[in-house]
Design a protein around this ligand. Structure first.
Ligand code: SF4
Length: 755
């Protein structure tokens, strides 16, 4: 079912020579991150050194993983690439569309009914194109990847920000948008700015109440939610080696919360143990042969200040358990100070829910340590004060912990076991009473705790901690409880203290599972048909965008002149629109509804030049499209910042917008526009933004000579008949102009495939 050992052998076969070459070119010892990156250059053997934080580099990742919410549009696009199979090993995981409410069985059955057509679609596309498919209930993407696909020294991308979790097994694993995944699945290069490097040296050893989660909670407190931006975080030192592989996964997982590109650890004995326990002894054997290439050079770790852009040192022997929150994962409070902080900030002390599990913290080690606390409830005659839930990360873990009696232990403290899925971590939690929006406190072992994230209630204060701390706090039901020092009163009125948690890094009797929930793809998918109902409101097959007609765009209307910040959320909102992520026509009804119209300072209210009436942006654009009138969008600085979602580029393209002219672009959105066959242009003179008027009609005059480095000229005819000629710069190279001409990058790939 799982990994491709031949692919991994190939990665390792290249690694020694390429890393040696990179060391020679760079002229100094290398970090692990650099070794992995230089071994995955699109060009193959390195021929030049790259500048961190500056050079854009083409890479060749080994794998792709997609979750069900983002896979829909990615696979709909991939279907247009004209390929018989994905170019690199790829998997799809059904985990985001399962709402937690009653229990695993009931919730899973309901999700299968509600999202049946989406699951069927993903299953059939996977079957057809050689993609491994993990059914609903099989587990959460990142846990399943760690158990089955991650390997030391590998490079992968995934359409989910916590793809970074695979760094726990020594990968460089990066979260991307669907369009990037489609490129790699189609056999194209994947571009990334060569990252800066942050080194985290871990000395000492975790013990007692402290867990790997506390390392990243502490790091988040130091670096804040933006501190890792543009950087890969590399952990090393005796403390790292003494930690479990799954613990390393937890740390890397939450690297997303500091904005890091990804995080990783060097190969060590804990990874060897984890690989063997998850039935991958052959990978461990291969990794051991080139072990020194799968970690940073000794000199780098001896003098990290010389080789990393920033170095942080944490002594694990002195580290305290942390609780981070509320509302942001970087508000780090050591448990010894929580009582004081909670009282000072008037955080509700009563804990309504303790929730453990998720992709971040549902390893065997996590669950066994949490269970050791749950067991003390009966042993010490206590009662659990808060509601308590568990969301296992995979069926492999769930089955194994059930076999080993932990589910039974949790059952005895009244816990609810939810499906092996995201559930409460992504707001897919139908929490009773949440609609009353009462102020309340929950503690969980997930990764994000933004407002409304878990239950949709903006007044839920969520604190993030290790599974063992969350369990102890749920038993006490009190945010001010410090299990290291405080006692609880039991049923006999006696003061009792919880013993330190204990557990096993890996199951002593090995992992077990009856049905892991994997569907292997057909060897020859040519006969597999992908069925999408034409009446579906959630899925719609894509039609290729029209190629350019070779003429200047003329008589275009101004759709909107966006004022100020216009992120991808303003262009294609999330929330209730998520359910339409696989239906381009329906989701296009949110196009630019969050953008502020510069002429009336209102959102979703623009002038329809055909009628003079002010209407919703999508409605006006649909009117232009119906009348065969092209349009353009004008914007301010950093247009399209935020998420990399390709919908923000596909929607305007689908509805007939031809060009986006702005003061400056967020780079990923600019690339997404280019990939979808749009014109992404910037004012040569920013002040020209002010010349754009509400009733403008626009003519391009030299699009027929579209060439790299040559600005385009646009005539803006105003209502009074006056004309402003505006120069627009662009960054299209020859290949990207080819995307525009073909109608989209995918059209071009499909054409090349058919040639
Ligand atoms: Fe994302 Fe949470 Fe699901 Fe993990 S469990 S993949 S963080 S939604």
């Amino acid at each position: 079912m799982a990994f491709d050992i031949e692919m991994i052998k190939n990665v390792y076969a290249n690694m020694t020579a390429r890393v040696d070459k990179a060391r020679e070119i760079v002229g100094r010892p290398l970090t692990l991150t650099e070794k992995i990156l230089y071994n995955h250059l699109w060009e193959g053997t390195p021929s030049k050194a790259f500048t961190r934080g500056k050079d854009y580099v083409d890479f060749a990742p080994d794998r792709v993983a997609c979750q069900d919410a983002t896979a829909q549009m990615a696979l709909l696009q991939f279907m247009h690439a004209g390929k018989a199979k994905v170019a690199v090993p790829t998997t799809v995981h059904c985990d985001h569309l399962i709402q937690a409410k009653v229990d695993a069985v009931t919730d899973l059955a309901r999700a299968k009914t509600q999202s049946n057509e989406v699951f069927d679609f993903l299953s059939s596309v996977s079957n057809k194109y050689g993609i491994g498919f993990w059914k609903p209930g099989a587990g959460i993407i990142h846990q399943v990847v760690l158990e089955n696909y991650a390997f030391p020294g590998g490079m992968m991308i995934g359409t989910d920000s916590h793809t970074v979790n695979a760094g726990g097994l020594g990968m460089v694993a990066i979260g991307v948008g669907g369009a990037d995944a489609v490129d790699v699945m189609s056999g194209m290069a994947w571009e990334l700015k060569f990252p800066k490097l942050i080194g985290v040296k871990l000395t000492g050893k975790l013990s007692g109440w402290t867990a790997p989660k506390d390392v990243i909670l502490k790091v988040a407190g130091i670096l804040t939610v933006k501190g890792g931006t543009g950087a890969i975080v590399e952990y090393f030192g005796e403390g790292a080696e003494a930690m479990s592989c799954t613990g390393k996964g937890t740390i890397c997982n939450m690297g997303a919360e500091i904005g890091a590109t990804t995080s990783t650890f060097g190969y060590d004995a804990s990874m060897d143990r984890y690989l063997r326990s998850t039935d991958r002894a052959d990978i461990a054997d291969e990794a051991n042969k080139i072990a020194s290439y799968l970690t940073g050079d000794a000199e780098v770790y001896a003098n990290p200040e010389q080789y990393f852009d920033q170095v942080i040192e944490i002594n694990l022997s002195e580290l305290e358990p942390y609780l981070n929150g509320p509302f942001t994962p970087d508000l780090a409070t050591p448990i010894s100070r929580m009582k004081e902080e909670a009282i000072k900030n008037d955080w509700p002390l009563k804990i309504e829910y303790g929730l453990i599990g998720s992709c971040t913290n549902s390893s065997y080690e996590d669950i066994s340590r949490a269970a050791s606390l749950a067991k003390q409830v009966a042993d010490k005659k206590l009662k659990t004060k808060s509601n308590f839930t568990i969301t296992p990360g995979s069926e492999l873990v769930r089955y194994t912990i059930e076999r080993d009696g932990f589910i039974d232990t949790f059952d005895k403290i009244g816990a609810t076991v939810f499906a092996n899925a995201c559930g409460p971590c992504i707001g897919m939690w139908d929490r009773e009473g949440a609609e009353k929006e009462e102020r309340n406190t929950i503690v969980h072992s997930f990764n994000r705790n933004f407002s409304k994230r878990a239950d949709g209630n903006p007044n839920t204060l969520a604190f993030v901690g290790s599974p063992e701390l969350v369990t102890a706090l749920a038993i006490a039901g009190d945010l001010s409880f410090n299990p290291l020092t405080d006692t609880l009163i039991n049923e006999d009125g006696e003061e009792v203290k919880l013993d330190e948690p204990t557990g096993n890094e890996l199951p002593p009797r090995g992992f077990a599972v009856e049905d892991a929930g994997f569907q292997a793809p057909a060897l020859d998918g040519s006969g597999v048909s992908v069925v999408v109902s034409p009446t579906s409101e959630r899925l719609q097959l894509l039609a290729p965008f029209e190629p350019w007609d070779g003429r200047n765009i003329t008589n275009a209307k101004l759709l909107i002149k966006a004022f100020g910040k216009c992120t991808t959320d303003h262009i294609s909102m999330a929330g209730p629109w998520l359910r339409f992520r696989g239906h381009l026509d329906n989701i296009s009804n949110n196009m630019l509804i969050g953008a502020i119209n510069a002429f009336n300072q209102k959102a979703n209210s623009v002038k329809n030049q055909l009628t003079g009436a002010y209407e919703a942006v999508p409605a006006v654009q649909r009117a232009y499209k119906a009348a065969g009138i092209p349009s353009i969008v004008v914007g301010d600085h950093n247009y399209g910042e935020g998420s990399s979602r390709e919908h923000a580029a596909m929607e305007p393209r689908f509805l007939g917008v031809k060009a986006v002219l702005v003061k400056s672009f967020a780079r990923i959105h600019e690339t997404n526009l280019k990939k979808q066959g749009m014109l992404a242009l910037t004012f040569a003179n920013e002040a020209d933004y002010d010349k754009i008027q509400e009733n403008d009609t626009i003519n391009f005059t030299n699009l027929t000579e579209f060439a790299p480095g040559v600005p385009l000229t646009l005539e803006f005819t105003h209502e009074d008949g006056s004309v402003d000629v505006i120069l627009a710069n662009h960054t299209y190279n020859e290949g990207q102009i080819g995307w525009f001409v073909a109608g989209s990058a995918l059209n071009l790939i499909a054409k090349a495939g058919n040639a």
